[in-house]
Design a protein around this ligand. Structure first.
Ligand code: AMP
Length: 184
């Protein structure tokens, strides 16, 4: 029997401006549970973070939240988490999420999501891991980011090969499929 795979989701602590963002988060949470995977994320009950966790739990999935003490009263914790890991610092939180994960799926989000995503990708470039990452491009949300990646590559500040470290998926279902293939 193979061990349960753990998927780390990076996503916004806000719901975003359109209902399609929350809908995608709910689909992803459900999809992770249906795939028989474990979800690890930043523990919050807000925005896309809360929507992903609640949907995964509602679908019978296992959800681990990781939160630094100073954010407990700001971001809250989704109810009924399978486990909650408390850390002292943001760096420890990122380390626990990163090291527990077999793969990463990124939904739309703000600066925190971008920070986590870029760190994971740059560590891949540095050869520190080979874990797959898929961006869910809900309604083209990540197109400006992908444009910046192209710009960095054409201006020779980023290796073309960097673009091989992430998959771009139009929907949560496609992201799950891309990760399933990458992990097999
Ligand atoms: P955001 O995408 O800005 O809504 O943030 C999503 C999550 O990332 C939240 O749980 C934030 O606490 C977290 N976050 C915010 N800033 C950082 C950072 N510099 N490094 C890592 N995570 C962060």
């Amino acid at each position: 029997m193979t061990a349960k795979q753990t998927i780390c989701v990076y996503c916004g602590s806000s719901p975003g401006s359109a209902p399609s963002y929350v809908k995608a988060a709910e689909e992803l949470g459900r999809g992770i549970a249906d795939a028989g995977w474990r979800l690890i994320y930043g523990a919050g009950d807000l925005g896309l973070m809360g929507a992903t966790a609640r949907s995964c739990l509602d679908a019978g999935g296992e959800v681990i939240g990781v939160i630094p003490d100073h954010l407990r009263f700001i971001e809250g914790e989704a109810m009924g988490l399978t486990a909650l890991v408390r850390t002292e610092t943001m760096h420890e939180r990122k380390k626990v999420m990163f090291s527990s994960a077999d793969a990463f799926i990124v939904l739309p989000g703000g600066p925190g999501t971008l920070d986590e995503t870029i760190e994971t990708l740059t560590w891949r470039q540095l050869g520190l891991h080979e874990k797959p990452l898929a961006l869910v491009d809900v309604d083209g949300y990540w197109q400006p980011f992908l444009g910046l990646m192209e710009h960095m590559a054409t201006q020779k500040f980023m290796a073309e090969s960097f673009k091989g470290y992430y998959e771009v998926a139009p929907s949560p279902r496609d992201a799950i499929e891309a990760i399933r293939v990458a992990l097999s």
